[in-house]
Design a protein around this ligand. Structure first.
Ligand code: GGG
Length: 356
């Protein structure tokens, strides 16, 4: 029997509702399998915590989280706390503190009717973003000079280290090999304008392409990539991108697969020196929080990614099969997908499909 210690940070807004459904699925799997169990420890960190205690998480939060096999995170951000505080002091602090330098975001179309390009005949989308997750444009380097004056200047410096850039690209190439689909890696750049960081990015990508000759490569500027993702999404396999570009393009990807309700994510520390963290791409959506309207599929899909990472791929596949099955009955989905079901009814349905 393998017992996993999981830290649960539901966070803010709909994070709490979708998290309950993710946990429900894990409890169902553990009930059906005598060889796996989960101990969940909940942390009430987030914006409400900040308003009470002036901090998004405990000072020794990372020390506490270090003890776990994995972390599940719902969503962060709520009116009353500046977005840059909620994001940087919780989400980015964990990603950077635990060297989760890979952000994996699958973009897979489960039902062609969910795709805004369905009238253009697009039926197949199956790509995965490997987003650099600890540095780049989100390194947190910069400052404000002459604040409050007419000469005020804001600086935000990107940081691209060779060590991390190489590791991110290695990860992307290995993933393309492992997926064995189009055997292709697309690099997202903007080296015509970003003459240091992205020229460096292109150089490392070229070096890595030479190491993985069996994998096809292509490199597009970020503006062109966004156009090609709309014009011919079926031609993408693994896409490697910087922190900012990956963040933006994966929201476009979410739209292609039917919305943020489908967009799952994993923040991976591949060396397993620290725990990895699994979270839906979506934010806290305060306008629908507490109404049972949130789509829990992205959270449940993120739980599947956690099981894959913990080397329980067969259980991860059971979750994915259940999601695919659940998406077929449109009435029993949440309103964002045209259904009438609540968040917890969708979670219950996915569990009942798993139990069949
Ligand atoms: N699910 C976590 C969450 O609240 N994400 C919102 C967000 O803005 N994320 C930015 C990022 O992934 O870097």
């Amino acid at each position: 029997m393998k017992n996993y210690k999981i830290a649960v940070i539901p966070g803010d807004g709909i994070g709490i509702e979708v998290m309950q459904e993710g946990i429900k699925v894990l409890n169902t799997l553990s009930r059906l399998n005598n060889n796996i169990s989960f101990d969940f420890t909940w942390y009430d960190w987030g914006c409400e915590y900040y308003l009470k205690y002036g901090k998004m998480m405990d000072e020794d939060g990372l020390e506490k989280l270090k003890e776990y096999d994995a972390i599940l995170l719902g969503a962060v951000g709520f009116p009353g706390v500046a977005d840059h505080i909620s994001l940087r002091d919780l989400l980015l602090k964990i990603r950077q503190g635990f060297n989760q330098y890979i952000n994996l975001r699958p973009i897979k179309l489960l039902a062609s009717e969910d795709c805004p390009l369905k009238n253009k005949g697009v039926e197949h989308i199956d790509m995965v973003f490997v987003r650099e997750n600890t540095e780049g444009e989100y390194a947190g380097v910069g400052g404000i000079q002459k604040e409050g004056t007419k000469e005020e200047v804001a600086l935000q410096t990107s940081v691209f280290t060779r060590k991390t850039t190489e590791k991110v690209m290695d990860y992307a190439f290995k993933l393309a090999k492992e997926r064995n689909k189009l055997n292709k890696v697309t690099s997202v750049t903007k080296s015509n304008a970003l003459n240091y960081s992205m020229v460096f990015w292109d150089k490392v990508f070229k070096e890595k392409s030479d190491e993985y000759k069996e994998i096809e490569t292509e490199s597009f500027h970020v503006d062109a990539t966004s156009m090609y993702m709309l014009q011919r999404p079926e031609t993408f396999d693994v896409v490697v991108a910087s922190n900012l570009f990956g963040d933006i393009l994966t929201d476009l990807g979410a739209a292609l697969q039917g919305g943020l309700g489908f967009a799952a994510g994993a923040n991976i520390n591949p060396e397993k020196t620290y725990p990895s963290m699994f979270e839906p791409v979506h934010g806290s959506a305060p306008e629908i929080a507490g109404k049972g309207l949130a789509n829990p599929i992205a959270m449940i899909w993120s739980v599947k990614m956690m099981l894959d990472f913990l080397e329980h791929k067969e259980l991860g596949n059971r979750i994915m099969d259940a999601i695919v099955e659940a998406v077929k009955d449109r009435e029993k989905l949440t309103p964002d997908l045209g259904g009438k079901a609540t968040t917890s009814e969708v979670g219950d349905r996915i569990c009942s499909i798993i139990e069949k």
